[in-house]
Design a protein around this ligand. Structure first.
Ligand code: 5AD
Ligand code: SF4
Length: 442
């Protein structure tokens, strides 16, 4: 029984997460540290005892959003000086000195490998008001023995490896998250089993480079195979792989196991050989296109999505048209599209031939326009066909309709009948608008 007096004394925390899914996972890890130390989650940050922002440095607009948020928090802190404000994640790692100088009201700065320090920080905070900074990157920290505190839902994210050794010249991740290290297959399988027991039915394996996963007991294909065998797992996804490391073994495992989704997020970044080389992506346009042919040979209906950067330093109009050309040839189902953003400290930020903002904006708009056409083209091919759909939530537009996903990751909206959330049902596609499909139960 929880006594009322105890309840009043319980301290509360609020975590706001920016950036990639890895940060969502890390925030869940941080939550588990906080809860073990007796803190309770609150949705009202005005009254929280601890506010953590788990931050992202991938592009400058991600950083700017966090700077603005911190300025708001400065006001709260003035009203309640006991409140603890912490910056976690990539910006903590990357901008520690700047943060300490310009935002003295930030009490705690912790890089992605320092979250084990949280209980100790909370403990010492009860005694003094010291600042705490730890941004040491570790070659070993994988939080192997910890399971994150997850909210309930359909999909659980499970981190399988941390860090990145690829050093694409535009990317800050190898600097903020350090070297690649993998968890053991055994502990990942155990975590997936625990997720299924908790009621999740879809798992997405996460890593900066999932297919760089390497352990003495096996590499990424072996892991995928082992996880797909977990009882009760309806769907298995992973993100993001590096195109260089997608091989026959992996495609075979995907083909063999029905619950592994027919979807590969395959970051292209750019279509020109010269730009790819300057980006250190280690594949050519032809190699990428050949890989897509190979994927379709194993998995004919596999949906392929991608990441695109426009306006990388030195990118000419003709080189940009190579990106459009690859997109048209592959007919990507969807793309995450970004204007190149120089990240201080990366190789590409030092290139002297940066592309003008207007040119980047114009290329971004042209790529977005093409992607809309490609998505529509792919979606139209689905009209009249029946697909297995995982019922995930009520449609935003109507309480009489469900929204669910195809295994290719597209959303479909359909009228409710007798199904419930987490059911896998057959839906015939009737129409498509924007990126959404509309269908009916069959
Ligand atoms: N500028 C723009 N986009 C970037 N990405 C990574 N670094 C940058 C950058 N400096 C994009 C890449 C990557 C995705 C996660 O973010 O497309 O695949
Ligand atoms: Fe960044 Fe490249 Fe590593 Fe992806 S593979 S995290 S883009 S350095």
């Amino acid at each position: 029984m929880i006594l009322k007096e105890n309840k009043i004394q319980t301290k509360s925390y609020f975590i706001e997460t920016y950036g990639c899914q890895m940060n969502v996972y890390d925030s869940e890890l941080v939550a588990s540290f906080l809860e073990k130390s007796g803190y309770q989650s609150t949705s009202d940050y005005n009254s929280a005892d601890v506010i953590f922002l788990n931050t992202c440095s991938i592009r400058d607009n991600a950083e700017n959003t966090v700077h603005r948020k911190l300025e708001n928090l400065a006001y709260l802190k003035k009203q309640n000086p006991k409140m603890m404000i912490g910056v976690l994640g990539c910006m903590a790692q990357n901008l520690k000195n700047e943060l300490m100088e310009s935002k003295p009201y930030v009490d705690v700065i912790l890089g992605p490998d320092s979250y084990r320090k949280i209980p100790e920080i909370l403990e010492s905070r009860n005694k003094t008001n010291n600042h705490f900074v730890d941004t040491k990157l570790s070659k070993f920290e994988i939080y192997e023995d910890l399971f994150p505190t997850r909210k309930s839902g359909v999909n659980a994210w499970v981190s399988i490896m941390r860090g990145c050794d690829k050093f694409c010249t535009f990317c800050i991740v190898p600097f903020t998250r350090g070297r690649e290290r993998s968890r053991t297959i055994d502990s990942i399988v155990k975590e997936v089993e625990a997720c299924i027991e908790q009621g999740f039915i879809e798992i997405t394996l996460l890593g900066q480079n999932v297919n760089s996963f390497r352990t003495p007991d096996g590499e990424f294909p072996e892991l995928l195979d082992a996880v797909s065998k977990v009882k009760g797992l309806k769907r298995l996804r992973y993100t993001s792989p590096h195109p260089r490391d997608i091989d026959d073994h992996l495609l075979n495992v995907m083909k063999k196991n029905k619950n592994i989704c027919n979807h590969i997020h395959l970051p292209l970044q750019a279509g020109s050989d010269r730009i790819l080389k300057r980006m250190n992506r280690t594949y050519s346009k032809k190699e990428f296109l050949d890989l897509v042919i190979k994927i379709k040979k194993y998995l004919p209906d596999c949906s392929i999505t991608t990441d695109i950067i426009v306006g990388f330093p030195g990118e000419t109009e003709e080189e940009f048209s190579d990106t459009l050309d690859v997109a048209e040839k592959v007919i990507f189902d969807n793309s995450f599209m970004f204007k190149y953003s120089p990240r201080p400290g990366t190789k590409a930020a030092g290139y002297t031939d940066q592309v003008d903002e207007e040119v980047k904006q114009n290329r971004l708009e042209r790529y977005i326009a093409l992607q809309k056409i490609l998505t529509l083209k792919n979606n139209k091919l689905k009209i009249g066909k029946t697909f297995e759909v995982l019922v995930e939530k009520e449609s935003k537009k109507s309480a009489n309709q469900w929204a669910g996903r195809l295994d290719g990751n597209m959303w479909v909206v359909f009228d409710k009948t007798n199904e419930k959330i987490k059911d896998l049902v057959k839906v015939r596609i009737l129409d498509t608008k924007g990126i959404t499909l509309f269908g009916e139960r069959v």
